[in-house]
Design a binder for this molecule. Structure first.
Ligand SMILES: Cc1ncc(COP(=O)(O)O)c(C=O)c1O
Length: 432
């Protein structure tokens, strides 16, 4: 059956007139999809591991809303708790009791956590943790090596820094991840001025390199009175339930969480020991929607289910099967000249190898285009959920066989330009 994309196209036309970039999220903007007459630009609904677009075309998803969907879309257990809460109200003139219930649950399950402060997004949590570290250390400079959200402190380090005051951009410095000399240099160049280092604890390098780097960073931070902040917005509730400090043996002063903690409801938090967290009393981090009840209900239901159904080991197991499947298809189709799969525990990513960045984007556009034809919404990022079961794995296997044999021929014959049916996906912004 020939698929229709008419409603997707019509809605995109309107969106481009009334919403800047046609999207609220950079990674979901139309320029991040292969734009042609067959583009699923808008979602109608999603359940489990599957998404339906506005024309009722159905896709298997692996991006899972950029990470929050750890149980599966529209999870029945989360929905049940949220609907009960919804009937009693969402936001009030006083604090809701679920704030305390949820904070208690988090102090019980998370390592290194005596107090919890909630926000709505990962960006919120990171900005607040940085402010707290500046307040306590009485220093200003922030060091980082990973994406940290849309606020000035981070975006000032990127090619999209326009609009961030120059003075602010000078307060954040980058270092190279897992390169202790690079980290040491930036600390020494900013002697006695560094308030904090904020980084994702785990990368797609090997876990042992990540851990030994974290240990070295911890030592240098302690010696120099620098706060270490683990940004667990992606790793949290996916690598384990307790947090990266349990895996690495390295304790940060603060940790930040978001994405998967409420299976798709907007909730984030900052956690740490009471001696640091109680200093929130003396700075300002506050919002009308802080403590909104539905996200707290969703978080409680999500964490309880992660625990009771042993979801985290399941994610590792599925991702390991997926890794084998993808690597086999790379090998069978001799695609390793063009791309590779990097796996880190419960997640993995396909990266393109050419030094020619435009060619990489053309190849990725073609890959995405071909997966869409095979009913997979595939950005090369694998964040499997508990709803990815054997049926989904079989579906994935068939799609990879078809798509990888086709793109291998296209790449080998240098036919990229011929096969792109529309726009080429744009780069995600770079650090300066
Ligand atoms: C590691 C990391 N930190 C922070 C953020 C920001 O989170 P949010 O988009 O919820 O503001 C993201 C978002 O992708 C992220 O990947």
């Amino acid at each position: 059956m020939v698929k229709s994309f008419d409603n997707n196209a019509k809605t995109l036309q309107l969106a481009m007139k009334i919403i800047p970039s046609g999207s609220q999220t950079f990674s979901k903007a139309p320029h991040q999809l292969p734009q042609n007459n067959h583009t699923p630009n808008f979602v109608k609904k999603a359940k489990g591991a599957w998404i339906w677009d506005l024309d009722n075309n159905k896709y298997l998803d692996y991006l899972m809303a950029l990470g929050p969907i750890i149980l599966g879309y529209s999870d029945d257990d989360v929905n049940k708790k949220v609907l009960k809460t919804l009937n009693e109200g969402t936001i009030f003139s006083l604090n809701h009791y679920l704030e305390v219930e949820c904070a208690k649950l988090l102090t019980d399950v998370l390592d290194n956590t005596e107090m919890v402060k909630f926000g709505k997004t990962g960006s919120d949590a990171n900005a607040a943790a940085i402010r707290l570290s500046r307040h306590i250390t009485k220093k200003d400079i922030v060091l980082t090596c990973s994406y940290g959200g849309w606020h000035d402190w981070y975006v000032g380090t990127t090619s999209r820094k326009s609009g961030v005051p120059k003075k602010i951009t000078q307060l954040t410095k980058n270092f190279i991840r897992n390169d202790i000399n690079s980290f040491n240099n930036v600390v020494n160049q900013n002697k006695n001025q560094v308030a904090c280092v904020i980084l994702e604890p785990f990368s797609f390098d090997n876990l042992n390199s990540d851990i030994s780097f974290l240990k070295e960073v911890r030592e240098i931070c302690t010696r120099n009175n620098i706060f270490l902040i683990f940004d667990e917005v992606v790793s949290g509730f996916r690598y384990n339930l307790e947090g990266a400090s349990k895996i690495s043996g390295v304790q940060p002063e603060l940790s930040t969480w978001g994405k998967a903690m409420a299976n798709g409801f907007p909730l984030s938090c900052i956690t740490g020991k009471q001696k640091y967290m109680k200093e929130f009393d003396n700075i300002f981090f506050s919002g009308t929607f802080g403590g909104e009840s539905l996200s707290l209900a969703a978080c409680i239901a999500t964490i309880k289910k992660i625990k009771s159904k042993k979801i985290i080991p399941y994610l590792y197991e599925y991702n390991s099967k997926l890794t084998k499947l993808i690597n086999k298809n790379i090998k069978d189709n001799k695609l390793d000249k063009y791309l590779c799969l990097k796996t880190s525990g419960p997640r993995s990513i396909i990266t393109f190898n050419s030094k020619n960045e435009l060619l990489n984007r053309k190849r990725k556009t073609i890959m995405m285009q071909e997966f869409i034809k095979n009913n997979m919404l595939y950005f090369g990022i694998n964040m499997p959920s508990y709803s990815h079961k054997n049926m989904e794995l079989k579906f994935t296997s068939l799609a990879f066989e078809k798509v990888f044999s086709k793109i291998s021929n296209i790449y080998k014959n240098k036919n990229e330009n011929k096969y792109i049916n529309g726009g080429i996906i744009k780069p995600i912004f770079r650090q300066r």
